[in-house]
Write a protein that binds this ligand. Structure first.
Ligand SMILES: Nc1ncnc2c1ncn2[C@@H]1O[C@H](COP(=O)(O)OP(=O)(O)OP(=O)(O)O)[C@@H](O)[C@H]1O
Ligand SMILES: [Mg+2]
Length: 244
């Protein structure tokens, strides 16, 4: 049986020209994510996790190689076509949040829905549901500068989810959260995963990795190993996967 891959990369390379020297950050990434999977990407700082996620979300273009979403080549698309994909299919949460500083949390979360043409009433409904699920209703009328880093992180996650994307790409969605908030966020993501959403999360947190059905380990711009089938052990980062 051929796997139904919602995301596929083939020999993906990304280099940056840093004033004379070329930094080869991704060095041939072959990744397949099955529709409805929950994948955690782990690896040491600087190994290229955010760079890979940027390419999957169309925020940057590969130097070479292919990216397919639901079997369609997207690596050559321009910004306009990617904007449509990010409105309809892919929700993106940045490692640095990228919230709009002079808008309230509520406005930040609603904005992508309004841009996508969702009615104001439905955008408010989704916004309020996400605020409640993420435990940040009290931040609704505050601007990002008025809330904590952990609250900003959850606002950014809510914004990525408001269009109910088929794929959530989230860069360290729990990196600033205490363990109770991490559990809440994970419960919410698992519930969405249970309803068919594909989750690709970059994380350093073994608790997040343990909740995934698969952990992809990156090192030096390549995928080192993939643990398939069943939850990863909590110390997955330190041990190779079980033999099939
Ligand atoms: N736009 C850029 N220009 C030059 N170098 C870059 C650029 N973006 C990333 N890099 C370099 O690529 C490497 C990988 O960066 P990346 O942000 O993907 O790492 P990461 O695995 O997400 O790390 P962390 O866990 O710290 O977030 C780093 O050495 C970084 O300096
Ligand atoms: Mg990163």
């Amino acid at each position: 049986m051929v796997a139904d891959l919602i995301i596929e990369t083939r020999n993906l390379h990304k280099s940056f020209d840093t004033g004379g020297a070329v930094a080869r950050v991704l060095r041939g990434v072959d990744l397949g994510v099955e529709r409805g999977a929950f994948v955690a990407i782990m690896g040491p700082s600087g190994c290229g996790k955010s760079t890979l996620l940027h390419l999957l979300g169309g925020l940057d273009r590969p130097t070479s190689g292919e990216i397919l979403l639901s079997g369609r080549r997207v690596d050559g698309l321009g910004e306009g076509a990617w904007a449509v994909i990010r409105r309809r299919e892919v929700g993106y949460m940045f490692q640095s949040f990228n919230l709009i500083a002079n808008m309230t949390a509520a406005e930040n979360i609603e904005l992508p829905a309004l841009v996508a043409g969702v009615s104001a009433k439905e955008a408010r409904r989704r916004r309020d549901e996400l605020l409640a699920q993420l435990g940040i209703t009290s931040t609704a009328s505050l601007t990002p500068g008025e809330v904590s880093g952990g609250q900003q992180q959850r606002i950014a996650l809510a914004r990525a989810l408001v269009n109910e994307p088929a794929i959530l790409l989230a860069d360290e969605p729990t990196g600033n959260l205490d363990s109770a908030s991490t559990r809440e966020v994970l419960a919410m993501l698992r519930e969405r995963h249970g309803r068919g959403q594909t989750l690709v999360l970059v994380t350093h947190d073994p608790n997040v990795a343990a909740a995934a059905d698969r952990v992809v380990h990156m090192i030096d711009g390549r995928i080192e190993s993939a643990v398939r089938d069943g939850p990863a052990p909590a110390d997955a980062a330190a041990t190779p996967g079980p033999a099939p």
